[in-house]
Design a protein around this ligand. Sequence first.
Ligand SMILES: *[C@@H]1O[C@H](CO)[C@@H](O)[C@H](O)[C@H]1NC(C)=O
Ligand SMILES: *[C@@H]1O[C@H](CO)[C@@H](O)[C@H](O)[C@H]1NC(C)=O
Length: 567
Amino acid sequence: MEKKQLANPPRAHPPRSLHAVIFMLVAASWLIFFQLPSLSPTSFYTKSSHPTNNAPKCPQVRPLFPSHKTPALDAIDSFLQSSDFRNKSIARLSGAVQIPTESFDDFGKVGEDPRWEVFFPFAKYLEETFPLIHATLQLEKINTHGLLYTWKGSDETLKSTLLMAHQDVVPVPEATAKEWTHPPFSGFYDGKYVWGRGASDCKNQLIAILEAVELLIQADFKPKRTLILSFGFDEEISGQDGAGHLAPYLLAKYGHNSMAVIVDEGAGTAQAWGVPFAMPGVAEKGYVDVDIVVRMPGGHSSIPPPHNGIGVASELITLIEADPYEPRLDDENPYLELLYCGAEHAPDFPPKLKGLLGKRSRKSWKKDELAVEASKAGPEIKYLMTTSVAVDIIAGGIKTNALPERTQVTINHRINVGSDSSVVFQKLTKLAATVAEKYNLTLHAFEGKEGPESITLTHRDTILEPAPVSPTKIAKAASPYSVLSGTTKALYGEELLVSPGIMTGNTDTKYYWDLSDHIFRYGPGWDKEQEGLGNIHTVDEKVGVHAHIDSVRWFWMFVRNMDEVEL
Ligand SMILES: *[C@@H]1O[C@H](CO)[C@@H](O)[C@H](O)[C@H]1NC(C)=O
Ligand SMILES: *[C@@H]1O[C@H](CO)[C@@H](O)[C@H](O)[C@H]1NC(C)=O
């Protein structure tokens, strides 16, 4: 994941008492058991959404197991639990980690910069490791290293299932290589974890997908719905050469909204208020860097004016920092759904938050008290519902004794769900206007030109609006979210709650918005004993083998469930 920041809810407080926990579990199973409408065994939903106040705000689906069974599929089900499979899976993942597919910020063009060439042995490794896939699926290489696998379904009227992962990993700085417990590209297995850069971001996901598909072929599974695997190779440096080519290629080949569902790397499972939640990412915040340039007359600093460009820029920065964005939970923000889930299902959910949640209405939105209260859990929670502002770069002046003629400031924003870049631009324009007026400077706000004695605002072209939010409503009819959710419940049981999650970073899916409304950034492997995210992007990255094998099992079921479901 690029600049990884995930929607980790607050760490649970220790449960008040075992009795409380047991009571909650009993209560939860009572809800599930008694509020069920009578359903056929394959139905998805547990509760219909009556428009009453008592309707659950966090309905949970039932476990969804593939219904089509054959002896060959059953045999693989058992094989997935075997020590033989575990050993083979460790070897496959370890082998993938051992190929150092690092992507560097200063990479040149593909085909010119020799550092890309490590992706050739990686593709070859996949070819040798997954012979059935390479004999059965069509493989197209997009922009040399983009890997696009297509398993054509028998029913062309059905939209495709698209699974994503990226082949590249964050580089290991030489200075930190010695700090690793096991060398970063060793793929060392210690009896529990596979260690190394990429072990959890996200060669585990890439290998799990391929392992599941290889087994499906082995079991003679024939998809009705076309299955597409799309693996970029520069996600960690913005994805332009990989996903930036793969997605347009898919769009040209299949058309707008042609994928039933897209699953990419993303958020996983974490404890919130005393219970575990799987939180597939259904939203991403937006991103914009704004440059502010203050131009004022130069001259000798022995006869200075009271304020020069650096002072004026500083005054503007002070105003910007003094006026941060307020937390705000838009109806679309998945964190709101997580709060409802917590209120309904979690023993340690704070009563004050529960009260505010009950009273929530859009009318009281001058100040979003619920968001303000929820934000008190800490900055990592606050910024799931708040546009962030950070002055990251300042440059002005080149010499002592010379007044600065040009002072530049760069401000990074991560834009809240429900907002957009125009809100950021308006706010900066308003603040810059007051400073411009005070110092008799001309303001050029987002109009591209930079003149003498002026303040100029421009945005960089890395701008990204908040991602469209994937639908997660649980209704009578199945939806991609209900299939994802039901597959998760089938694997881990009903005590694992599923709630939509939000991501503050972006994955390669930012290039795929036109291909599907149903995009989920989700790492399905869950190791109850492993804390945190496996040290992604830092020293000692690793992945629990237990979680990895559960990922394989998840994809193994998910592809079949997507194949069986009518959407
Ligand atoms: C898997 O590996 C372990 C440890 O290396 C070994 O003890 C076990 O026999 C292996 N299992 C199989 C089925 O090969
Ligand atoms: C403001 O600047 C303009 C030229 O840009 C000048 O004509 C005007 O006199 C200035 N006003 C003040 C109060 O300095």
